[in-house]
Every structure is written in C-alpha cells, then in structure tokens.
Design a protein around this ligand. Structure first.
Ligand SMILES: Nc1ncnc2c1ncn2[C@@H]1O[C@H](COP(=O)(O)OP(=O)(O)OP(=O)(O)O)[C@@H](O)[C@H]1O
Length: 268
C-alpha cells in the first residue's frame, strides 16, 4: 500500500468573487512525480500555492503526510518549508550574486553548515546539473537554459523531499528544454523526492512523470498514468494531448456579456 505525500480532499477555492477550484480531490504518493496540466487560468498555480500553504482552501482540506496543512504548528510549517524545493517559471536568480552564492543561499539560510561543507555541496549540485566550473559567473553572463539549471541546482541544494516546479520549460529552446526535463526527472528520482510540476508541455511530461492531473474550469477532469492518458477517450484530454484549438476547453476568459454587447456599450 503506497502512502500519499500530498492529498487534496474536496478542495474549493475562490479569489474574492472568482471561483477557481471546485471540489478538487487527488493524491500524490511518496516518491511520485506528478504533472498538473490544464488550460490557461484553470487554477494550476493556485493549486501549487495551496500545497505550499501560501493559500488555504475555502472548503475541503490539503493534507501533507496525512495531516491538514491548517493544523501545522509554526515549527512544522518551518520544517515543511525547509524540506520543500520550489522552482518558479523564470527561476529568478539574485542578479547581484554570482552562481556560487546563488546556489549556496538556501544552505546558508536554512543550515549552520561550515563554509567548507557548503563549498563541496555547491560543487556537487552544480555538477548534478552539468555546470560545475561556472561558480564565479554572474547571472547576466548565463544563457536562459543555464540560468534555469543554476536555479534547479539551488532548488535541490537542501535535498528537498518535496519539489514544486511551475512551468520549468517555458521559454526554452527544444534542446535546453530536453536537458531540463531530463535533469528534473533524474534528480527527482535520485533524491527520491515527491515532485509536482505545472506545465503545458504534455509530450515531455508523458515521458518523465508517473501521474498527470488535468484541470479544466477548476475541476479535475482526469488523473492517471501516462499510459492511461494515451488510452483515454476523454475529449478534454484528447484536445490537450493533440493541441487542438477547438474542443471542450475554451480559450476565452469567461465573461457575462457577448462581444457585440460590449462593443455597443463602449460606443459614445
Ligand atoms: N491573486 C489573485 N487575485 C485574483 N485572481 C487571481 C489571483 N491569482 C490568480 N487569479 C485568477 O485565478 C484564475 C486561476 O489562476 P492560476 O494562476 O491558478 O491559473 P493557471 O492555470 O496557473 O494559469 P496559466 O496557465 O495561465 O499560468 C485566473 O482566472 C486568474 O485570473
């Protein structure tokens, strides 16, 4: 029997009037790598923020190791944050610090390790992303793909048990994208971390993840393994996998009025 690391139990969430998630339930087991997919604005980033405890559900529960995140003491929250590695879309590095100091940052912030150990750990992490030797370069001297890899090295500095990636492939050329995808997959397996990745890149994801959770209109419309995704006849999933502009997922932001009505009211 596998143990869930993260469990969403009938979670609903709204930003003021805007209902974003409705009755969302799924589980991600320890050591598994899950991708969250869905159209623009479907609530993927919101889901990540609920996992980190930055946001709390209006209804339902987010459980980490079986415990409701709301029930976490301050010490438990701090401990969870320490065990969590988060890599956002453009993996912003500190522009005034060189590569070494960027990767060393979480180690200095969250541990009391001596500098000699920190130096070795930074070397190992840069080696893991294929960039040992660039310690003294400044972020402005790196390509986009290299910056992303340095950010990945910083994310794994503390050997996180939980890794959250928000669109780690955005804006990369196909080769850099392939490299990052491979690194993310390899590193999560090597660390035996539980990982969650928000991404639009279905084809890369199906090769590297254990589970895909599809969101549409704030609801989970499908959750399964890459094989199950390839076999499903769900029209939502089909539209996504084949990148079709027409289908159950609409690309327009939902509004009350038609275009004609809006243009009429805008006239003097
Ligand atoms: N801080 C906020 N306040 C109000 N509304 C917000 C806020 N953040 C997001 N939203 C709205 O919530 C909805 C879901 O946003 P979210 O960022 O979770 O979507 P997403 O699936 O990650 O989108 P994308 O793929 O375009 O990044 C969107 O309609 C967005 O406009």
């Amino acid at each position: 029997m596998t143990t869930p690391f993260i469990e969403f139990d009938a979670v609903s969430f709204a930003y003021a009037e805007r209902q974003v998630l409705r009755n969302v339930s799924f589980r991600i087991d320890v050591g598994h790598f899950a991708a969250i997919m869905g159209g623009s604005g479907s609530g993927k980033t919101t889901l990540l923020r609920l996992m980190t405890g930055q946001l709390h559900p209006d209804q339902g529960r987010v459980l980490i190791h079986g415990k409701d995140l709301r029930q976490f003491s301050r010490a438990e929250q701090h401990d969870l944050r320490r065990k969590m590695g988060v890599l956002f879309q453009f993996g912003a590095l500190f522009t005034d610090s060189n590569v070494f100091d960027n990767v060393a940052f979480p180690l200095r912030e969250h541990s009391s390790l001596p500098e000699s150990i920190i130096r070795d750990l930074v070397t190992l992490k840069l080696n893991a992303v294929g960039l040992r030797g660039i310690e003294q370069l400044m972020p402005s001297e790196l390509s986009g793909g290299m910056s992303r890899r340095v950010a990945l090295a910083r994310t794994i500095a503390l050997d996180p048990q939980l890794m959250l990636f928000d669109e780690p492939f955005t804006g990369l050329d196909p080769i850099s994208l392939g490299v990052i995808a491979l690194l993310v997959a390899r590193i999560t397996k090597a660390l035996q971390a539980t990982s969650v990745m928000v991404t639009h890149d279905i084809h890369q994801s199906l090769n590297i993840v254990d589970q895909v959770i599809f969101l549409a209109d704030g609801e989970v419309i499908f959750s399964g393994t890459p094989d199950e995704i390839r076999r499903t006849d769900s029209p939502w999933v089909h539209q996504f996998v084949h990148g079709e502009p027409d289908g159950p997922v609409q690309f327009r932001y939902p509004t009350e009025s038609t275009l004609e009505q809006q243009l009429m009211t805008a006239k003097p």
